[in-house]
Design a protein around this ligand. Structure first.
Ligand SMILES: NC(=O)C1=CN([C@@H]2O[C@H](COP(=O)(O)OP(=O)(O)OC[C@H]3O[C@@H](n4cnc5c(N)ncnc54)[C@H](OP(=O)(O)O)[C@@H]3O)[C@@H](O)[C@H]2O)C=CC1
Ligand SMILES: Nc1nc(=O)c2c([nH]1)NC[C@@H]1CN(c3ccc(C(=O)N[C@@H](CCC(=O)O)C(=O)O)cc3)C=[N+]21
Ligand SMILES: [Mg+2]
Length: 290
């Protein structure tokens, strides 16, 4: 048996087409969705992602600005720029590319972004709202995973989801989102004992560890759905996931590839959130004009 490949790139393409049509409509009402991306330092990977976000904005007819700082920028300067972007009516989404240099408190920066423009869904207000099932910006990677599962016809209700990884930007929110879909969720992390026992009982495994090929066929129950969030570079500089794809694909029922899986969905949901924020801005404008 060989797993069905969940083609993130293809699903992303369909979603992007839908978004671009909505962008066109919004433009007729006089609003062009705008995304501001803040990049600090010259981390090569960060530069690549940021470029890809800018290109996608362009592709979908959105406005985008890139604000670059050198590695040594003061936290205060970054916070002032964010305050300015919060007030800028041409900007509906603000994204500060992570990680940030050590002298900058990541949480202070995230909290400076207005929750209404937090299209990453990293602000505690959005995380909290999502947790209690209120309307919120959903973190792009978890949101992208949810859309991929739905588009692939994977049922979630009553399914055992095992999330390996508990970071604030991937592991925790993805588990919460799937809990909201009535899955039964287990979180595993570096202190988890007998990891294989947990993952072996999973109907769906979400691998967000950051280690090349960490999930092997021994971790996977036959027929399980395996979502690979990992974006790692191996010794040769090749892009690798957290899943040993070649062996796991013979055991899993569904699997996502790297590249071409979760990554393209993350960027697409960022565009979706920016569109949504622009729509919210238009609604607010119309309310105050009435
Ligand atoms: N495709 C995409 O769009 C995105 C991809 N990524 C990628 O996803 C991966 C994870 O990212 P991120 O969540 O930010 O990473 P973090 O490094 O923040 O978190 C890694 C998590 O894995 C856990 N972990 C580490 N070692 C083990 C182990 N031996 N057994 C079990 N759990 C372990 C850690 O546990 P503990 O908490 O105990 O330390 C931690 O919770 C990376 O490869 C990253 O590049 C990230 C964001 C978006
Ligand atoms: N504020 C913030 N928001 C983020 O969403 C954010 C971040 N910081 N910091 C870094 C991580 C990582 N991340 C990725 C997004 C897309 C791909 C992606 O499109 N990957 C392609 C391949 C890209 C390549 O070839 O290098 C793929 O998987 O097919 C990967 C990784 C977003 N992140
Ligand atoms: Mg830091």
């Amino acid at each position: 048996m060989t797993a069905l490949i969940i083609d993130g790139k293809e699903i992303a393409k369909r979603k992007k087409l839908e978004i671009s049509l909505e962008v066109e409509k919004l433009k007729e009402s006089g609003i062009t969705p705008g995304l501001a991306v803040v990049l600090v330092g010259d981390n090569q990977a960060s530069k690549t992602y940021v470029r890809s976000k800018q290109m996608t904005c362009k592709e979908l007819g959105m406005h985008s600005v890139l604000i670059e700082y050198t590695e040594s920028v003061a936290e205060g300067e970054l916070l002032r720029k964010i305050a300015e972007l919060n007030e800028d009516d041409s900007i509906h989404g603000i994204l500060v590319q992570l990680p940030l240099p050590k002298h900058i408190r990541e949480m202070a920066v995230i909290e400076a972004i207005s929750p209404e423009k937090d299209v990453d869904g990293f602000h505690p207000v959005n995380i909290g709202r999502m947790m209690i099932g209120q309307e919120a910006f959903l973190s792009c990677t978890p949101f992208g995973i949810l859309v991929m599962l739905k588009e692939s016809g994977v049922a979630l209700e009553g399914k055992h989801v095992v999330v390996v990884g508990r970071s604030n930007i991937v592991g925790k929110p993805v588990g919460q989102l799937l809990l909201n879909e009535n899955a039964t969720v287990t979180y595993c992390h570096s202190k988890t004992k007998e990891l294989v026992k947990h993952t072996q009982s999973a109907d769906i495994i979400i691998a967000a560890v950051g280690r090349t090929g960490f999930i092997t066929k021994e971790h996977v129950k036959p027929g399980a759905v395996v979502i690979d969030v990992g974006i790692n570079r191996n010794e040769e500089g090749k892009l690798c996931g957290d899943v040993s794809y070649e062996e796991v694909k013979d055991v899993a029922g569904h699997i996502t590839p790297v590249p071409g899986g979760v990554g393209p969905m993350t960027i697409t949901m960022l565009m979706y959130n920016t569109l949504k924020s622009a729509r919210n801005a238009l609604n607010k404008l119309q309310r105050t004009n009435n």
